[in-house]
Design a protein around this ligand. Structure first.
Ligand code: GDP
Ligand code: IMO
Ligand code: MG
Length: 423
């Protein structure tokens, strides 16, 4: 079997886009299976940066089939706008397929996302306001509208009418908002349906045959392990399963279809949105990481919160995702720091916690236990072999490998796909 799942090991934005781009060069299929337009993946080619949200990051290879799986929540307006933008950069979509079972994000999902965040006040999650949570909620509530429904005008009309009656009552009576217009949405979305029709397919069946034929399949993770609905920092999470287990439900494959599981982690930690973050740095080191690492959201433009690497989190990611390898990305922004700290455990009331707590109020009160490492000053962005890295950088990577008990097989030293070390 020739399949690999790539997953974010932290709170997202680990550089998954770059690694998908690396893996896609030899892939027959690249498959997105979870999340929606909340994702923002960057693929850098020379002086061009491609910002991908719903389109899989293997799209630049015309011979690689790129699949948006059934577990993705598809915003037709966003995906078509993204395609138009990419088309203007010369990208073609003959190699794109979208699963018929993917749920559709509708205007009321985005409205609800916005209104629910306002209603939560100081407890707001800091969502991307892309309607992700409300769309998955409708899916679980069995009132969602799928691509297969959108493509049939009668089914779409009936489902939209029924949903909108209920949604408008909640928007007006509960939130005091303005009702949405049925005709407007119906006409707009029928237009999207026409444009999406050529891409619609039962991709689960196609993938089954591909795996059987020993094709190279790369499963593209979105978000990150700590944003997982079950295992993350609930409720400050997204509404899907951005872990390797999520690929099975979201791509329509069995667990035996996934051979390798590669986790992507940054050499430090970032997070966008609210919620606990034990190693967060509200000082000049945090500012250094944000400035040098250009830590600003691809989707919302928000400044990312920055902090030291946390191996309690990475151990959780190794365990939950069954990682067979880890890439330590963005090692270069650490250059110039005199000392580098890594959290190896948490302390609470004199007790040491080795594992990530389920209770976020405990997490909020924990103090990280740090190990300190010597920094380096040499520019590492041109290093292509592990031996080329300064000794202090080598020691840092080897220490992480030991602390998380997972082989570090790749190290990122810059945004371009060439700026990568394979061990
Ligand atoms: P994703 O959501 O996991 O795909 O990551 P994002 O694209 O949201 O954020 C990663 C950012 O870091 C992007 O701007 C990348 O171009 C950039 N990047 C990726 N790898 C490296 C690296 O090794 N070094 C540096 N300095 N930047 C990188
Ligand atoms: P990629 O794929 C970082 C965060 C949001 C918020 C929480 C819930 O680029 O790594 P949502 O809109 O999903 O309901 O928001 O999840 N979030 C991300 N943070 N990278 C992402 O994707 C994210 N997708 C969602 O900031 O805290
Ligand atoms: Mg991102």
């Amino acid at each position: 079997m020739n399949t690999i799942a790539l997953i974010g090991a932290q709170w997202g934005d680990e550089g998954k886009g770059k690694y998908i781009d690396i893996l896609a060069s030899s892939a027959d299929y690249v498959v997105r299976a979870t999340g929606g337009s909340n994702a923002g993946h960057t693929v850098v080619r020379g002086d061009k940066a491609y910002k991908l949200h719903l389109i899989p990051s293997g799209i630049l290879y015309p011979d690689t089939v790129n699949i948006i799986g059934n577990g993705v929540v598809l915003d037709p307006q966003m995906v078509l706008a993204e395609m138009d933008e990419l088309a203007a950069m010369g990208v073609k979509f003959d190699n794109l397929l979208i699963d018929l079972r993917a749920h559709i994000v509708l205007p009321y999902h985005k409205e609800f996302d916005e209104l629910a965040e306002i209603a939560k006040g100081v407890n707001a999650i800091g969502t991307t306001k892309r309607g992700i949570g409300p769309c998955y909620a409708d899916k679980c509530d069995r009132i969602g509208i799928r691509l297969v429904d959108l493509l049939d005008e009668n089914t779409f009309a009936q489902k939209l009418k029924q949903n909108l009656q209920l949604k408008n009552k909640i928007i007006t009576a509960v939130y005091g908002g303005k009702p949405l217009d049925y005709d407007e949405i119906y006409t707009e979305y029928c237009g999207y349906a026409k444009r999406l029709q050529p891409f619609a397919r039962d991709t689960g069946a196609l993938l089954y045959d591909a795996v059987k034929a020993d094709k190279r399949v790369v499963f593209e993770g979105a978000q990150g392990t700590l944003l997982d609905l079950d295992s993350g920092t609930y409720p400050f999470v997204t509404s899907s399963h951005p872990i390797t287990g999520g690929f099975c439900a979201g791509a329509g494959v069995g667990p035996t279809a996934i051979k390798e599981c590669l986790g992507i982690a940054k050499s430090y930690t970032t997070r966008v949105g609210a919620g606990p973050f034990p190693t967060e740095l509200d000082d000049e080191v945090g500012n250094h990481l944000r400035d040098v690492g250009h830590e600003y959201g691809v989707t919302t433009g928000r400044a990312r919160r920055c902090g030291w690497l946390d191996t309690v989190i990475l151990r959780l990611a190794v365990r939950i995702n069954g990682l067979t390898a880890l890439a330590i990305n963005k090692l270069d922004p650490l250059t110039g720091l005199k000392t580098i700290k890594v959290a190896v455990g948490y302390e609470l009331n004199g007790k040491i916690l080795k594992d990530f707590p389920a209770d976020i109020s405990i997490l909020e009160r924990c103090t990280p236990i740090y190990e300190e490492f010597e920094g380096w000053t040499e520019d590492i962005t041109a290093c292509r072999r592990f031996e080329d890295l300064p000794k202090a950088a080598q020691r840092y990577v080897l220490a992480i490998e030991k602390l998380v008990d997972c082989p570090v097989t790749m190290i990122g030293v810059g945004p371009d796909k060439e700026q990568n070390i394979v061990r």
